[in-house]
Write a protein that binds this ligand. Structure first.
Ligand code: ZN
Ligand code: FE
Length: 256
């Protein structure tokens, strides 16, 4: 099995769209095409033919290019079955635990409610790639527009169970602002301090900080660390349920 060849396309203010190809079958997928033209340009540059749009959730900055790309390429649109009514042009609906076959590669589908109720993520195990949309960000997580802290924490726990080597292909470049917040709730986390310094350097040079790895996130992202006694203590929530620690962390971030 050959691994996916993955390209990152920065679009709009801070979105990342991902274009990937599985070489045995020649299948080409685009994850969360916010827009149309930059995707078509990248396809032309690579000489690739789009076969699939792969959506994580219904927001316009993830599905804005769906219908035009489908019209221009005849591709198939894949998304959450539970949110089919809100995913423009959806052809195939996926549920938690589904295996999405993509040539010789397969993705496990996770339902990860919280940011939206119908949010899903795709884990291509052989390629060590997680397309997590707006659920997990480098040093952050998505805002809870539709779900509860409990739902989001359980969604993030699904990601925590994946290998440290997994690359986190999230949908936004929010890392530097996330890092400033993370330091406010974990000021003594040495790994976080070191990582934040690297992030500041990368952003000075306008370089992407995404993808990160799950190993880095587990060590430095407060939203994956709600069961860490040190974080709970910092929030004056020692011995409280991780859901409460997560909820308080999210609340603080919302007004940071
Ligand atoms: Zn979103
Ligand atoms: Fe988004």
């Amino acid at each position: 099995m050959s691994k996916l060849e993955i390209h990152q396309i920065p679009v709009l203010n801070d979105n990342y769209v991902y274009l990937f190809r599985e070489s045995d079958s020649g299948k080409v997928g685009v994850v969360d095409p916010a827009v149309t033209e930059p995707v078509l340009e990248k396809l032309a540059e690579l000489g690739w033919k789009l076969t699939h749009i792969i959506n994580t959730h219904h927001h316009g900055d993830h599905t804005g290019g769906n219908l035009a790309l489908k019209e221009k390429t005849g591709c198939t649109i894949v998304g959450a079955k539970k949110d089919a009514a809100r995913i423009p042009g959806i052809d195939i609906g996926l549920e938690d635990g589904d295996i999405f076959e993509f040539g010789s590669e397969t993705a496990r589908v996770f339902e990860v409610p919280g940011h939206t109720v119908g949010h899903i993520a795709y884990w291509f195990e052989n390629s060590d790639a997680l397309f997590c949309g707006d659920t997990l960000f480098a040093l952050g997580c998505g805002r809870l527009f539709e779900g509860t802290p409990q739902q989001m924490w359980h969604s993030l726990e699904k990601f925590r169970a994946l290998p440290d080597s997994t690359r986190v292909y999230c949908a936004h470049e929010y890392t530097e602002a996330n890092g400033r917040f993370a330091l406010s709730v974990e000021p003594d986390n040495a790994a976080l301090k070191e990582r934040f310094a690297e992030i500041v350097e990368l952003r000075k040079r306008k370089k992407p900080t995404v993808p990160s790895t799950l190993g880095e996130e587990k060590a430095t992202n407060p939203f994956l660390r709600a069961d860490q006694p040190s974080l709970a203590a910092e929030l004056h929530l020692s011995a409280h349920d991780p859901v409460e620690v997560f909820a308080e962390t999210r609340r603080r971030k919302d007004s940071f």
